[in-house]
Design a protein around this ligand. Sequence first.
Ligand code: PLP
Length: 355
Amino acid sequence: MTEIKVTKTTSPKQKPDQNNLAFGKYYTDHMFVMEYEEGKGWYDPKIVPYAPIALEPSAMVFHYGQAIFEGMKAYKTKEGKILLFRPRKNMERVNISNDRLCIPPIDVDFAVEAVKKLVEVDKDWVPEAEGTSLYIRPFIISTEPHLGVKPSSTYKFIIILSPVGAYYPEGINPVKIYVESNYVRAVKGGIGYAKTPGNYAASLKAQMDAKKKGYTQVLWLDGVEKKYIEEVGTMNVFFVIGDEIVTPALNGSILAGITRDSSIELLKSWGYKVSERKLGIQEIYDAHANGTLKEAFGTGTAAVISPICELNWDDKKIEITGGKIGEISQKIYDAITGIQSGKKEDIFGWTTEVK
Ligand SMILES: *Cc1c(COP(=O)(O)O)cnc(C)c1O
């Protein structure tokens, strides 16, 4: 494989206070950049000082949004080792998103190596305070200067790093979720299953409306009947109904989360009955009414597990687990964060060391 050329910064930045990192506020000293040109393929992979990039105002990404991104994390263990969590899964997902957005595929193994090498170069930036990590943001943008609508003939694949704090500084915190029955996020046949900026642009208005009403995020319903549960903002969603743990099946409009997949594997390994199926919002309200709705939680890289304590669907509010964290939510959170931070045995072989 092509070698990744490293140019180190001559003016390293001051590192932020580890106890006050928040999310996506600070960037490390370096970034990875690789170019693509039609007929030439991906070329010139390099690690360079973190800096602004120059693009033509006519670069296609600004006009037609042909772009994809990923989100993953590196964790420092007590022993000072740096671990990545299932990085191949993220890079495989890049190619799923790329395919939908007509972006040429990347070499998955090479991309994982690029992440490792970049994290290695900036290893002093991986925070070690409890709950902190180094967030990794790979993304691809279309760069051809052209105003006609077509796939770009040139791209940039960039990876930046951001030290982040514990998502919930006071431990995992239950969130209130607004069930969105006006706007929709995605439809089958659309781009819902791709991790692409357009899905987020489409979600902002509902997100802002929900915030105004005092809710953290929205729960999306299917784009056609607005009856079936899809996912929550930046997370997949699970419900514990009786002795069944249900998450919506991947139907083409839902993002296939890696935390979702890890949660399903863990739950199955513990002997729980997990179903990936169609799940109506009415079924959730019925389960609440008859006392079988036990827990609800979101899964995603940023917060890992977000217990849901309240849903509001057309002004009908239901409370779940009385504002507390459900037993299963806590169990998955402890298991995943335990494996990520090297505190628990990695029985599934999910972590990869950076060295
Ligand atoms: C990234 C993302 C998720 C969560 O995926 P993870 O791989 O678990 O981080 C869920 N939904 C959407 C829309 C996302 O973009």
